[in-house]
Design a protein around this ligand. Structure first.
Ligand code: RUQ
Ligand code: CUA
Ligand code: CA
Length: 609
């Protein structure tokens, strides 16, 4: 049987197509695997950087591994979190600060790291709550919020920045203007203040009044100036009125001059804070006119320039950070919002309207060279902030850039009418930018800052240093402190509560102080009590105190919520609430069996070391 020639031809065409197809597919694959290789962190391997992402409406900070994009930890700040035992109990100072300063929710925007010589030193991270005019401080040895303060005389705490190079102050910008004398009946144009907060005491040392609003902040690298963008120099009270002028301004505050004026008693004290009026203190503030409703302000790593992003103008304004003169105003694209830097003299500006990152050369732009635009890359979509690793410090890494995009549109499987926000990791190590990977996070990241894991890792503590009032092992007790009050001192260790039985009476108020006496990292125990609205987690070394009503007569099992050993399920105890009229006496728990909570013959060491 002879083959039909057409079949032979057809067969060879199919074979050729198959070869072409395989080659094409192989080429695509290798580009993909090159990108994947740059962000792939194998199981057990560590990321190179920690990214601290503001959690926006989540009121927290998200710690993300870079380059993997893995969510490492959420640090709750302005919201309580049972999972971390954060701000859950009345004796927690952070809970008291939250309740006293605006409530247990917030809107975080700008994470900033404490600095030594212009580089992050791993001590603190600060973050603002735009909504309630607050500033919080996170200790990086514990990765825990330790202070929350309300900034007086200010509404809408938006841009914040650390005063370089050695963290002299945290600058906090008040975005929402207020009647200057504080009286609602005053029809005069409203004003705002820039607050200068002491990093250790977290008190506001002084404020500088601004006739207009103030948006984003940065500082010169030598400690001389703070820079704030003003988009409402018009002092308008609605959107139409805020876009009248062709130019608004950057306010440069001369910090030593302001300190001298405050020292000379020039500030009018309100709510305990001296407020300097620049009109009466010449030299304290310089207004630099920049195009229409600017947004971001970013100082170059070498400290030479402050770069204001135009927002409603397609330009960035390059300001000499020493003379305060405008040296260039190059066009970069539509909707420039923020700028960051590599270690080779390039700037990267986010373009909200173009959904792009534009890379441009600073020296060329200053000299007016026509080829200052180096590259553009599309992002998905409508980028807000962007941050290159170290771009906000004096020694940028020049390897990765994080694009924080406001909309993800088609990038993920829909999860309801509300879609996740999208972050993208871009390789900036070469001349051309390369898109590497994207990852979503919970709502809503605004900004990010980074620290090398190698520098931070040795600074993070194994356990919490026990507080002065910690319950010591062997000192546990139950004491009736009044006709309707019982106090309990309890310890937790794998895998038992001591005491493990607490007997009280209906109508009693119970004050429970618990210390996790573990000394091993990550050995967390929980205390959840059914029908009492109580759930708390305690990291090793932690002490928490809570007060609750005994509730209805009954037996309530409190149990450990965090898997701690093979005997985790057995780690539970009873709250026994006797009826009011019960004649049964309160058990002497010391006499009860099993005081230490350890069954003889069963090892108390867990499997989570
Ligand atoms: S600013 S909207 Cu960081 Cu672009 Cu708050
Ligand atoms: Cu302790 Cu589970
Ligand atoms: Ca304006």
């Amino acid at each position: 049987m002879t083959r039909h020639p057409f079949l032979l031809v057809a067969a060879s065409v199919v074979a050729t197509l198959a070869i072409v197809h395989t080659a094409g597919c192989g080429a695509t694959r290798s580009a993909r695997s090159l990108a994947a290789d740059k962000v792939y962190v194998a199981p057990g391997e560590l990321d190179k950087y920690y990214g601290f992402l503001s959690g926006g409406q989540s009121g927290s900070v998200f710690v993300v591994g870079i380059p993997s994009g893995r969510l490492i930890r959420e640090i709750p700040v302005f919201e309580q979190r049972a999972a971390y035992g954060y701000a859950m109990h009345d004796a927690d100072a952070r809970r008291q600060e939250l309740l006293a300063t605006g409530g247990a929710w917030g809107d975080t925007h700008h994470p900033v790291l404490s600095e030594t010589d212009g580089m992050p030193n791993g001590k603190y991270l600060w973050i603002n709550d735009l909504a309630n005019g607050r500033l919080a401080r996170i200790r990086l040895d514990y990765f825990e919020t330790d202070r929350i303060v309300k900034i007086p005389n200010l509404q809408g705490a938006h841009g914040i920045a650390v005063v370089s190079p050695n963290t002299k102050y945290i600058v906090v910008n008040g975005e929402f203007e207020q009647p200057t004398d504080g009286l609602v009946t005053n029809p005069a144009p409203y004003t705002s203040v820039v607050a200068f907060v002491d990093p250790d005491s977290m008190t506001v040392k002084f404020e500088v009044r601004v006739n207009g609003n103030i948006d984003i902040a940065d500082t010169s690298k030598d400690g001389r100036y703070s820079f704030s963008t003003i988009y409402n120099l018009e002092q308008g009270k609605n959107m139409g009125a805020m876009i009248q002028y062709d130019r608004d301004a950057v306010a440069a505050i001369d910090i030593p001059a302001a300190e001298a004026a405050v020292g000379a008693g020039k500030g009018a004290v309100r709510n305990g804070v001296p407020i300097l009026d620049p009109a009466e203190n010449p030299g304290v503030m310089t207004l630099i006119p920049v195009p229409k409703n600017p947004h971001g302000i970013n100082v170059t790593p070498d400290g030479r320039y402050a770069i204001a992003s135009g927002k409603l103008s397609p330009t960035v304004t390059i300001i000499d950070a020493h003379t305060l003169k405008i040296v260039a105003e190059p066009e970069v694209g539509l909707g420039p919002l923020h700028t960051t830097f590599d270690d080779r003299g390039n700037a990267f500006t986010s373009l909200f309207l173009d959904s792009q990152v534009v890379k441009w050369n600073i020296d060329k732009a200053v000299k007016g060279a026509p080829d200052y635009i180096v590259d553009r890359i599309n992002v998905h979509y409508n980028i807000g902030h962007l941050q290159a690793v170290g771009g906000d410090h004096t020694h940028p890494s020049g390897d990765f850039l994080l694009a924080l995009n406001k909309l993800s549109k088609d990038q993920y499987v829909p999860v309801g009418p509300d879609l996740p926000e999208n972050q993208e990791i871009i390789d900036i190590s070469g001349e051309k930018m390369k898109m590497l990977a994207s990852f979503p996070t919970p709502p809503e990241p605004h900004d990010a800052t980074f620290m090398a894991v190698a520098a931070l890792k040795p600074l993070v503590h194994q356990t919490f240093t026990p507080a002065a009032d910690a319950v010591q092992a062997g000192q546990e007790k139950i004491v009736r402190t009044g006709p309707h009050a019982v106090s309990v001192d309890m310890t937790l260790i794998r895998s038992a509560y001591t005491p493990e039985t607490v007997e009280v009476k209906e109508g009693d108020q119970v004050t429970l102080k618990i210390t996790n006496v573990e000394t091993i990292r990550d050995m967390i125990h929980g205390f959840a009590l059914p029908d009492h609205n109580l759930n708390i987690a305690l990291a090793p070394g932690y002490t928490k105190t809570m007060t609750f009503e005994a509730g209805k007569p009954g037996v309530y099992w409190f149990y450990c919520t965090n898997f701690c050993s093979a005997l985790h399920l057995e780690m539970r105890g009873r709250l026994i609430v006797q009826p009011k009229d019960s004649t049964v006496t309160i058990t002497d728990w010391h006499a009860a069996a099993n005081v230490k909570g350890v069954v003889p013959g069963v090892p108390s060491t867990g499997d989570k070391q």
